[in-house]
Unconditional design. Sequence first.
Lengths: 267, 267
Amino acid sequence: MKEAKKPLILLSNDDGFDATGIGALIKILRPIGDIIVVAPEGGRSGSSLSITGTVPVKYNKEYEEEGGKEGSDFGSLTVYSCSGTPCDCVKMALEFLMPRRPDIVIGGINHGDNAATNAHYSGTIGIAIEGTLKSIPSVGFSSCAFSNEEDFLRLDKHICHIVKNVLKNGLPEKVFLNVNFPDHFPFKGTRICRMGMGDWVDEWIERDHPRGGKYFWIAGSFKSFDGHDETTDIWALNNGFVAITPITLDFTAYESFQFLKDNGFEG
Amino acid sequence: MKEAKKPLILLSNDDGFDATGIGALIKILRPIGDIIVVAPEGGRSGSSLSITGTVPVKYNKEYEEEGGKEGSDFGSLTVYSCSGTPCDCVKMALEFLMPRRPDIVIGGINHGDNAATNAHYSGTIGIAIEGTLKSIPSVGFSSCAFSNEEDFLRLDKHICHIVKNVLKNGLPEKVFLNVNFPDHFPFKGTRICRMGMGDWVDEWIERDHPRGGKYFWIAGSFKSFDGHDETTDIWALNNGFVAITPITLDFTAYESFQFLKDNGFEG
């Protein structure tokens, strides 16, 4: 009997190829398919869908392991680091580093959640946007847990269920999943959510430079506008549910067309 | 008679504070209000909504001019450069550099269009997203014209009309305008559009490093999927119309909820 071809999985993240979160994701997904990791050399939090334009980009093969080792059913694993952004990693992978078009593109597991409008800043979500732009089913996984000591492996059943489901059923055209896990285990369940609205306040920390002048670190705290609303991802996370927020590539504000026409923007 | 307070306008871009495009925007808007520019030190194309997390951010005052100079009706002008991304510039401006909350946040004029899914990568659009996250009416202006020798001043009437209109009527909640100008003047009119879909192909240029190894520059060409469709911004630009694409901050793919529920993602 000929063995069915294993799914080919492209992984990336924005915390760096050697972060705990992506390490857990690799372990969780090894039984499911062949894995190619193309992830940044180091931390790239807040990369959004940025690309590297002013300096060249390089990649380096870090690790390679064949599938079926020691009689296991595991797929193969190849890990590349890349000097660019998460989006660069996906573009680099698809043009040079994949033996064929992957069956799924996955970002994560991000250290820290990407719920609500934080998704806009997120490199993890950038990975899923780029995968979706290439018409490949894509998912971003993030956890409210932040520490490198976090046991992300406890997310295995939830991640396997979602990835297998996407591999089996696909996703609607132009849509990917932003999956966020709450801090406290076990979870109460999984909810399909809308993106909550919110914003950051006190966004900069000021420091004196030892040789004069000031410099600033981005920081701040997130203020939810609608976390009380049970339809939001923020509510789901705050109440112990895994939040799956489907995101569309089409950002058009269709419901505003009439306002713009009524107010003389067209003509 | 007491003079009415002039509108306060925050400008940024992703081509650098001294680019031709933002220079034209300043000239075009001086008669309309007081202007504060906070823009990157140099080019930051493809910045999306990225923030700078791994190095600190600084700003520098480059230029200052009072309003009403030589009896003109012009507003004041203050220009800052910033070491960070376009999004950092907006965050820095709002926290430290504005005398009060601005009446409008404007990105541009970008050298090169940000139509269709290119908006996802755009620092110009990042500026408008950040302004909208702060609940300030926001607009991104981009032109298909790319060169630093381009006469962006010919866009004056169109830009003034749109900016005055936004200042007067505001914009729907969570919505900003992505305005793209065609290459050839005069324009046939202005259309309210949806975001076209498309993707990039042949995205990397490979070079040999003089001391061994390879490096890569991001490049490629854009392939429109639906530029034949008259409702898209791509069609408008290709047919000589100014394209106004309203964009929402809420990227939720509401129409996919049923698919996800039907396929066992919730529970």
